[in-house]
Design a binder for this molecule. Structure first.
Ligand code: MLT
Length: 261
């Protein structure tokens, strides 16, 4: 699958994978800040942004292979630092386990290693069915918005919230269905975290209710080579809500991973 992508800057490669049902637009501030010292590649995952949205289930492994194919297409053979937020983190974990030799470092932002609980998986499958029946995604977007942001972001920064809402509204029904089914069926990765030897930054918004800090802490503890950072006053979209704090943590991590960049 040929993905749409942003490719900016020169230096060691950092790849950023967005959450559901977002697009690479959520990483604009990171692309800007990190590309001063790194080559930043930010794709639209299948079904999102400007990438194709085929029918069917988008497994996390398949989306990880799309990313590997993109790197091949760009001639990037050296190991990369791969970062993913939420669904992008599920894909990053799949990539880390499938393509460990291509990984220099990992950034797991506001994400989970566990599978969906049976009830949550059932709800996703039902939501996918209703999107398919109705051909519209508005309910999915409206239900998600209040859960994506910290309370103060929702109260005080409506422009920030509505800009991301617009990105979400542009995601097609087939994209939403494919990702929902893929996430519902994704495996539990917790027992495989010990295999990931690449240095890993686990980062989470303090007010993230989708993938809360306790879960990030458990992931960091299970990884052999990790550090944990908590972004205060930010929710599930911490990199977007507080890019300064998020970028500072990521740049410090990248300095450890690439001391000469
Ligand atoms: C995301 O931000 O990618 C989603 O909230 C992930 C999920 O629904 O599990």
């Amino acid at each position: 699958m040929l993905l749409a992508y942003t490719d900016q800057g020169t230096g060691p490669v950092v790849v950023l994978l967005h959450g559901f049902p977002l697009s690479r637009a959520m990483w604009d501030a990171q692309v800007h800040a990190l590309s001063a010292s790194h080559r930043v590649v930010a794709p639209d995952l299948r079904g999102h942004g400007e990438s194709p949205a085929p029918d069917g289930t988008y497994t996390m492994d398949q989306m990880a292979d799309d990313v590997a194919e993109l790197l091949d297409g760009l001639g990037i053979v050296e190991p990369v630092v791969l970062g993913g937020l939420s669904m992008g983190g599920y894909v990053a974990l799949a990539f880390a386990l499938k393509h460990p030799n291509r990984l220099r470092g990992l950034i797991l932002a506001d994400t989970r290693a566990a599978a969906d609980a049976p009830e949550a998986a059932r709800l996703r499958e039902e939501t996918a069915q209703s999107v398919s029946r109705e051909g519209r995604t508005a309910t999915v977007v409206e239900t998600m918005i209040p859960r994506l942001f910290a309370r103060t972001t929702l109260q005080n920064r409506p422009g920030l919230v509505s800009a991301m809402q617009e990105v979400m509204e542009r995601t097609s029904a087939s994209g939403v269905i494919g990702a929902l089914l893929g996430m519902a069926r994704r495996p539990d990765r917790r027992d495989r975290l010990g295999e990931i030897i690449a240095p890993t930054l686990v980062v989470v918004g303090q007010e993230d209710v989708v993938s809360p800090p306790e879960e990030a802490r458990a992931i960091a503890e299970a990884l052999p080579n990790s550090q944990l950072a908590i972004i205060p006053h930010a929710g599930h979209l911490a990199p977007y809500e507080d890019p300064e704090a998020f970028n500072a943590v990521v740049l410090a991590f990248l300095k450890d991973v690439h001391p000469h960049a």
